[in-house]
Design a protein around this ligand. Structure first.
Ligand SMILES: *[C@@H]1O[C@H](CO)[C@@H](O)[C@H](O)[C@H]1NC(C)=O
Ligand SMILES: *[C@@H]1O[C@H](CO)[C@@H](O)[C@H](O)[C@H]1NC(C)=O
Ligand SMILES: *[C@@H]1O[C@H](CO)[C@@H](O)[C@H](O)[C@H]1NC(C)=O
Ligand SMILES: *[C@@H]1O[C@H](CO)[C@@H](O)[C@H](O)[C@H]1NC(C)=O
Ligand SMILES: [Cu+2]
Length: 157
């Protein structure tokens, strides 16, 4: 049987590796499904993390679909006729997530939006790279807390 010390060493090693080395990612909306009808983007979004600096990539047939960035109210009502923040129609739209908070996207075809071709996300603050020492300290303190939690858990084994 592994000793408490050995378990501790392994957990410590894991905790060290897991200290945030987050990199800006390209997130393809819907993964292999791309941007289309008959896909649950609510469920997809809940299985993904959107961090500041990531790119949101919409892939679709531009003859059929488009992407419209809208506000929360227009998202709920599928109102694409007015109040659009921005429209995309390249079929391979790369949208940089450069501010935190909620973001809403719908297909420019109203019927598609009503049928669920709509995506709501929340962009979270990035852990790294730290823009300045103050945020860097936050990252370190987070890593420290994680480490302590792991150590406490290890003691309880
Ligand atoms: C999509 O998924 C969400 C979360 O799993 C669920 O609440 C919702 O009912 C689904 N929508 C449809 C149209 O199936
Ligand atoms: C759509 O949005 C515009 C402006 O934001 C508003 O005037 C209009 O009433 C909205 N239509 C619907 C059906 O919500
Ligand atoms: C933030 O993203 C928007 C939309 O992708 C873009 O138009 C804008 O130039 C970006 N701003 C900065 C500072 O990168
Ligand atoms: C560092 O970041 C903090 C919070 O994000 C901000 O309040 C502060 O002004 C920044 N300092 C510098 C030197 O950029
Ligand atoms: Cu569409």
């Amino acid at each position: 049987m592994a000793s408490k010390l050995q378990v501790l060493a392994v957990l410590l090693a894991i905790a060290t590796v897991m200290v945030p080395v987050a990199m800006a990612a390209d997130i393809v909306v819907g993964d292999d499904n791309g941007w289309r009808q008959d896909f649950n983007y609510t469920e997809w979004a809940s299985n993904n993390m959107f961090m500041l600096g990531d790119n949101l990539v919409f892939k679709y047939d531009r003859a059929i679909h488009s992407v419209v960035a809208v506000g929360g109210d227009d998202f709920r009502t599928c109102n694409v006729s007015n109040g659009a923040i921005k429209r995309f129609d390249s079929g391979n739209d790369v949208i940089q997530l450069n501010t935190t908070g909620k973001r809403w996207y719908v297909c420019g075809v109203v019927e598609h939006c009503i049928n669920g071709q709509k995506l709501a996300i929340e962009v979270l603050p990035a852990m790294s790279p730290p823009p300045n020492s103050s945020t860097s300290n936050q990252v370190m303190s987070h890593a420290y807390q994680t480490l302590m939690a792991v150590l406490i858990a290890a003691m309880m084994i």
